[in-house]
Design a protein around this ligand. Structure first.
Ligand code: CXF
Ligand code: ZN
Length: 377
C-alpha cells in the first residue's frame, strides 16, 4: 500500500515528502491512520547527524545506512487493520505510538523496567519490523514507527490504546516529550515536596520536567533557557523563577536554597554536550541528583567536572530514557491527569503544520520559536 511520508536522505538534508510503499502487514503489526504527529527534536537529531552512527564505526560493525529514513515517532491515530495474531487492538481503536516498545517478555520488561525493553536496541536501525520502500530502496523507519506519514505500520508492542475522547493532537504529545520530561523529574530524579529543582533547557522535554516537578511539590523550580518565550512559558507551567543560563541561575539558586544548591537538576537541552553537564553538576547540591535527558552527539564522550564533588558531596549523575517509566501505564496515567485538569497539554502546542510543511516546523523548532509543533491531518 502506498502512503505519503516525510523522509530524510542524509545528514544536512531537508525533509522530502513523497510516496512510499508500506511493507506487508505482519501477524503482530497494526496499520494506523495517523491523525497527529509531534515534532520532537530527536527526529531532527538525524538531520543534524547527532544520532547518526559515524560511517567508520557503522561499517566496522557491518550495519546498513540509517538512510533513507521515514521520520516521526510522536503520533496518534486510528487502527485501520490488524495482523492475524493481534489481540489487544481492533479496527477503530484510538492509539498512541511509543518510541520505546514494551515486549513484556525480555529481562528488562519482566523486571518492571519497560523503558529498557530489549527491542529498543533496534530503534535507530533498519530492522525486520518495518520493510517499507522508497523508490525501490528499503527505508529505515524512525523508532520503527514513522509517524510523519498518512499511514504507519506499527508493531503492537509500540502502541498504547487511549480513550477516544482524547483529541489526537493531545494524544500525540503523550508519545515522547511529555512522559520523558515528566518522568525525568518525578520518577528518575524523584522530586519530593519542598525540593529546590532546576531544569536546564526548556523545550518539549524540559517544560514537562517543570510541570512534573511542580506536580511533585517542589518549593522552587528554576527554569533555565536563553529564549524569553520559553522562560515565560515555564512560569505558566509551574516554574517559580527563570534564568538565561546556569551562570545566571547559580547566585539565585544559592540564595533560594540557603547555599545548599539544588536537590534535583534535570538537564534537557536541545543537544547535550559535556560542558552543559558540568554546569548542571555545579548547581547540584550535597547528596543530590542530576538527571540527563537530552540526546548527545555520538562524538561527545567527556564531561569536564569536579570529580572530588562526586565523592565528597556524594552527588549522583544519571541518565534516563522515556522518563524511566512503562509506556503502557505512563501514557494512560498522564492522559488521565490531563482529563482531570492536572496536566497541561494543549498549552504545549505552539503551531500546527500540514505534513507537507514539516520543514517549516523544524525551522521553527531550530529557531527556538516553538515549544511543540504538531503535524495534523
Ligand atoms: C529518542 C531517543 C533515542 C532513540 C530514538 C528516540 N527518544 C525520544 O525523543
Ligand atoms: Zn521524542
Amino acid at each position: 500500500m502506498k502512503t505519503r511520508a516525510a523522509l530524510l536522505t542524509g545528514v544536512g538534508e531537508r525533509w522530502i515528502v513523497d510516496d512510499i510503499e508500506l511493507g506487508e502487514l505482519g501477524p503482530q503489526d497494526v496499520m494506523i491512520e495517523i491523525k497527529a504527529a509531534g515534532l520532537c527534536h530527536s527526529d531532527e537529531h538525524m538531520s543534524s547527524g547527532d544520532m547518526v552512527i559515524p560511517e567508520k564505526t557503522r561499517l566496522a560493525l557491518g550495519l546498513p545506512s540509517q538512510f533513507p529514513l521515514i521520520g516521526g515517532h510522536e503520533g496518534a491515530g486510528v487502527v485501520v487493520e490488524v495482523g492475524s495474531s493481534v489481540q489487544r487492538f481492533a479496527v477503530g481503536d484510538h492509539v498512541v505510538t511509543s518510541f520505546m516498545p514494551a515486549c513484556g517478555m525480555c529481562p528488562s520488561c519482566v523486571d518492571g523496567r519497560q523503558y529498557l525493553c530489549d527491542l529498543g536496541a533496534s530503534l535507530l536501525q533498519k530492522s525486520e519490523i518495518a520493510k517499507h520502500t522508497w523508490r525501490g530502496e528499503q527505508t529505515n523507519v524512525y523508532s520503527n514507527l514513522g509517524t510523519f506519514a498518512e499511514y504507519a505500520l506499527v508493531h503492537e508492542y509500540s502502541l498504547i490504546k487511549v480513550d477516544p475522547e482524547l483529541p489526537f493532537e493531545i494524544a500525540a504529545l503523550l508519545s515522547c516529550g511529555v512522559p520523558t520530561g515528566w518522568g525525568a523529574a518525578v520518577v528518575r530524579a524523584g522530586t519530593r515536596p519542598g525540593d529546590v529543582v532546576a531544569v536546564v533547557g526548556i523545550g518539549g522535554i524540559g517544560i514537562n520536567a517543570v510541570q512534573g516537578a511542580a506536580a511533585a511539590g517542589a518549593r522552587v523550580i528554576v527554569a533555565i533557557d536563553p529564549v524569553e518565550m520559553k522562560q515565560k512559558k515555564a512560569l505558566e507551567f509551574g516554574a517559580t523563577h527563570t534564568a538565561g543560563s546556569v551562570d545566571e541561575a547559580r547566585p539565585l539558586i544559592q540564595e533560594l536554597s540557603r547555599g545548599r544548591l539544588c536537590d534535583r537538576v534535570i538537564v534537557a537541552p536541545s543537544v547535550l554536550y559535556g560542558d552543559i553537564l558540568s554546569g548542571a553538576m555545579s548547581i547540584t547540591g550535597k547528596g543530590s541528583t542530576c538527571v540527563a535527558v537530552g540526546v548527545a552527539p555520538f562524538s561527545q564522550t567527556e564531561i569536564p567536572m569536579a570529580l572530588h564533588d562526586l565523592v565528597l558531596w556524594s552527588k549522583e549523575l544519571k541518565g534516563t530514557i522515556f522518563g524511566s517509566m512503562n509506556p503502557r501505564t505512563a501514557i494512560p496515567n498522564l492522559a488521565a491527569l490531563y482529563a482531570s485538569g492536572q496536566l497541561k497539554l494543549q498549552e504545549l502546542i505552539t503551531r500546527r503544520y500540514p505534513l507537507d510543511e514539516v520543514n517549516n516546523g523544524y525551522d521553527d523548532l531550530r529557531n527556538g520559536e516553538i515549544l511543540r509543533g504538531v503535524i495534523t491531518t
